[in-house]
Design a protein around this ligand. Sequence first.
Ligand SMILES: Nc1ncnc2c1ncn2[C@@H]1O[C@H](COP(=O)(O)OP(=O)(O)OP(=O)(O)O)[C@@H](O)[C@H]1O
Length: 300
Amino acid sequence: MSPSPVPAFALRGVSKRYEAFTLHPLDLELAEGQIMGLVGVNGAGKSTLLRLLAGLSLADGGQLEVLGHRLPEQQVQAKQHTALASEDMRMYGSQTLSWHFDFVRRMVPQWDGAYAEHLRRRFDLPADQRVAGFSHGQRVKALLLLVLARRTRLLLLDEPTTGLDPVARAEVLDALAEVLMDERRSVLFSSHQTGEVERLADRIAFLHQGRLLTDEAKDSYLERWRRIVGHGYAPDDLGDWPEVAQCRRNGSLVELRVRAFSPGLQERLQARGMQIHQITPLTLEDIFVSTVREHSGATA
Ligand SMILES: Nc1ncnc2c1ncn2[C@@H]1O[C@H](COP(=O)(O)OP(=O)(O)OP(=O)(O)O)[C@@H](O)[C@H]1O
């Protein structure tokens, strides 16, 4: 029997408490080679989770393993194969990008200089200009480059395209898509760009107010959500049906957003007098907004 594969990371009951925020005990696992998109509104706890996985902060409870290494006990081994890119990271402003290449190369044995140079040209970054003079977008791309060229097995990316113009964003996403074709590379990335998550991720993790609401394969997650539009009589208790996330009525018109569509649900609605005109899929953006509204108690 072959040994069971080691997950990129595995969290069991991991929690973190700050003065005004709690990351509630959560279980989360990512198989090697998979890409997980982490979504949630501002302050949901995404960066907190990424920092725990990067070994930059300590969990208050639970067990955390990265590439089979327990944190914090085996963090040296875990950090060898893990890289975090986040806006908080700093470069040495008085030094150039070439200097940074050299600096990281001396510390990181698996640094891929040829790939770093390839990305530098692709991202159109100057090699010999002091990085203090970089624009925001140049800085974001440079930080990402310095992380990607380390060729680590686990990549943790905290909003990797924030503040980039559409052209720069496309370049970065193409570079990421290229990296992600490597089947042993695992990635957890947070983003407010739900379109990016929809395009790149294999799995979706949804954090809200420090709680994990969803951890599911992207395809099945998108598949089970639907918008149903119809008219006529619709049951008064629709809001209580577990499949229904949102229900809006406008005269005789009824619009539902359902989180667990099935032909059986359609039949039940029709049996209760609703004439259905349209059943369409929802984008991740639609699902995100519906879920946040539902959990924030909003009605619209
Ligand atoms: N070191 C810290 N000390 C105290 N509170 C903190 C610390 N780090 C994070 N927090 C709090 O934890 C909460 C979650 O922050 P976090 O940065 O994880 O959210 P996020 O989902 O990444 O948000 P955003 O999308 O805005 O980046 C916030 O209320 C933040 O103020």
